[in-house]
Design a binder for this molecule. Sequence first.
Ligand code: 0PR
Length: 376
Amino acid sequence: MHRRRTDEEEVLKQLRKARERDSSYRSDRVLSSMCTHPLPVAAEAHRLFMGTNLGDPGLFPGAAEVESKVVAELSRLLNLEGGAGYVTTGGTESNVQALRAIRNVSDVEDPEIVVPRSAHFSFDKAADMLGVRLRRAPLGGDYAVDPSGAEDLVNDRTVALVAVAGTTETGQVDPVDELAEVAEEHCLLLHVDAAFGGFVLPFLDDAPEFDFSIDAVDTMTVDPHKMGFSTIPSGSLLLREEELLDSLATATPYLTSDEQHSLTGTRTGAGAASAYAAMTRLGREGYREEVERCMGNAETLARGVGEVPGLGLSLEPVTNVVSVTADEPHRLAAKLEERGWSVSVSSLPEALRLVVMPHVTRETVEQFLDDLEDLA
Ligand code: 0PR
């Protein structure tokens, strides 16, 4: 730190310079991200609640009220009646806390949880912190988890199964209904990671069932800062039983609340306010339109890829992720990056991974296909 003060103008000049080096979802050719530009009203809501702290809700009853409205709204969207939840910093916190709640209510020594091989790396972090062992269930040819392969991994120490609704690498949706049967058969809890799919699947006509309408689903991760048009950080954890949330309680004697369920202590109300703003502004109607647009673009991209010799699809897009097979996906990605595209290569399958978020327009898709044809 400098010894003396710095002019506001100078401070902002330095920061603007740094910020100019960042991608902006509006103008950049970003096909590698699961985040997008927030709605303007969500950004405004963020600014309005920036200085609030949900870690001390007695000081910020307004922010606390907004948070409970967001949980109620998300519960309605995902067919959870009653239930409990809170606004998190994102999918990682939600997955950690879901596994922690599951571990806390399970009376098993050295507990194990069966997760699909496609599960996001946040589960590795959770397992490491919680002392829970993960067993990785195989995927089928469509990159969704194989339910009987998952069942084969169940033993006396297994306490839960995880399903992913909208996987990070391919956007595939695990057969939650079949995993639910396995969970019921073996008296296991079931967590659904819908960090990405939670704001996609409810707005698709032929989406598979994945939410609390399936009785065996106990907990769910869903992130407004991915397909929800909210600002970062904005995630959520929903739990069917209050008891699950209670198992996360820590006493906070000197605060305005007696206990806390969140992982973080001091936590901004901006994520809750932003999610509330986006959900209220768009409504189901708005999200449906946006999701239809993204899926239309994803399908155009998939069709176009099919016409490029040497390229193929790992699977038909289930959500707005397109997984492209190529001889050397890393080389192709590097060449695309030279042309200013931001793309990623998935590991399972090894393929070019293209996430068609709301900032990816039809025009962008067409330009991308032109470059792909040139380079493949
Ligand atoms: N669950 C799933 C299915 C996810 O895809 C992700 C993140 C998480 C949980 C964890 O969520 P948080 O990152 O909010 O804690 N998926 C993206 C990914 O790893 C996150 C991301 C977003 C990465 C934007 C890069 C980026 O530019 O790809």
